[in-house]
Ligand binder design. Structure first.
Ligand SMILES: [Mg+2]
Length: 407
């Protein structure tokens, strides 16, 4: 079998109901003010072979940019045997390395292609990808959804969902307290502080201590995930579990976080961490440190979600999968079949390969419009509009005292 073509399918993704999203500023007010609804893009990749098998994958990270990277990588893959996945992964890595592109763009491009190669291998052998990864540890995958208010949390609980995550950019302690009071102790709650360095490690430690009574499953990205020494400080001074890793790619990017035992849960992104090939290795590294894996859902696209289901079925230290329940209504028309959660779980697919395909005609109806958003917003209290601090990455949170004492 030989690879004869690789095609990309880029689409603009509508915004989910903001109630369904654990972020205070998911789409960037500037982009919205320019008349564009949402800035998410999904990028799918199809790898075609000379015997008719077509593999599908998905790249997250910065999809509009990654599309070019995938088209560039195509040159070194045409004519190759798609079943030698590790060899092709190494070939891609060597090519990208020269550009210094081993971050989310390089990782995203390798991911979509690698995912499609696993899909091809599964289809060729007539087995689901989880079978190629060692077989099933579990038949269904627990999911967690996003909730910022008690009302949303209670409606998710009523549907059988057992874990929720809120965004921590505004009023984190008060928000968590309200959620815990509403749902009781049988539901897991997490908070995502979204990691820009607007809290010092000392601030984050204070906040983590203030959150201790609410018994969170984890605090995600309390500070920038590249501040590893800061993670150590938080870890040593607060009795909380930490999670991080959604922006890191490959075993090399994840290595310090795992080997230094800085987190309890690692969150590689199924759409950009380097493919199923890397996800499996990252999971094994984490397992050796008693660290659980809870994949970030990438740009939260539906094909990468399938890949995550196969991975979580096969690894012992899979915790659960992040999911926007009640996402943009077009999500279910983008892929077939569309997985639906039942009592807080998604069933592990049993069809050969990944067991999913995109509706190309539907995808074509949504051309990409924009793919960048300003995440640091005035609404979140991160800066005062018009000041010199606007849109600066490293900054102290405005009204810091109020933020840290909101209980
Ligand atoms: Mg996050």
């Amino acid at each position: 079998m030989k690879i004869i073509d690789i095609k990309t399918f880029l689409m603009h993704v509508g915004a989910p109901d903001l109630k369904a999203w654990a972020s205070d500023n998911a789409f960037g007010s500037e982009t919205v003010s320019k008349g564009i609804t949402g800035t998410r893009n999904w990028l799918f990749v199809k790898v075609y072979t000379d015997d008719g098998i077509v593999g599908i994958g998905e790249c997250s990270g910065w999809p509009r940019v990654i599309e070019t990277a995938v088209q560039d990588l195509k040159r070194i893959l045409i004519g190759e045997d798609p079943t030698h996945i590790e060899r092709l992964w190494q070939r891609m890595m060597s090519a990208i390395m020269v550009h210094g592109m081993t971050g989310t763009v390089g990782g995203g491009a390798m991911t979509g292609i690698d995912m499609a190669l696993w899909d091809i291998k599964g289809k060729a052998l007539g087995v689901p990808v989880w079978n190629l990864l060692g077989g099933k540890v579990r038949d269904k995958i627990r999911i967690y959804a996003h909730a910022n208010t008690p009302e949303v949390a209670l409606s998710l609980k009523a549907r059988g969902i057992t874990a929720i995550k809120c965004g921590g950019v505004s009023d984190p302690v008060r928000k968590v307290a309200a959620l815990r009071e509403a749902v009781g102790e049988e539901m897991d709650i997490m908070i995502d502080l979204h990691g820009p360095p607007w809290l010092t490690p000392g601030d984050a430690t204070q906040l983590a201590r203030a959150l201790e009574p609410y018994k969170l499953l984890f605090i995600e990205d309390p500070i920038a995930p590249d501040n590893l020494d800061g993670y150590r400080r938080i870890r040593d001074h607060a009795n909380v579990s930490l999670a991080a890793g959604e922006r890191m790619t490959t075993i090399f990017g994840m290595r310090a976080l795992i080997e230094s035992d800085l987190v309890d849960v690692v969150q590689p992104d199924t759409g950009r961490a380097g493919g199923i090939t890397q996800m499996k290795k990252i999971a094994a590294m984490a397992e050796a440190h008693h660290i659980m894996v809870a994949p970030h859902s990438g740009s939260l696209g539906p094909v990468a979600e399938y890949a995550a289901l196969h991975l979580l079925a096969a690894i012992p230290n899979g915790l659960f999968l992040e999911r926007i329940e009640d996402d943009w209504e077009g999500r279910e028309h983008t892929v077939l079949p569309h997985p639906r959660s039942q009592n807080g779980f998604l069933k592990v697919p049993d069809a050969p390969g990944l067991g999913v395909d995109i509706d190309e005609a539907f995808v074509a109806r949504y051309p990409s419009q924009a793919n960048v958003s300003v995440q640091v917003s005035a609404q979140s209290g991160s800066y005062v509009p018009g000041t010199h601090d606007e849109n600066v990455y490293v900054q102290t949170r405005m009204q810091r005292a109020r933020y840290l004492s909101s209980k």
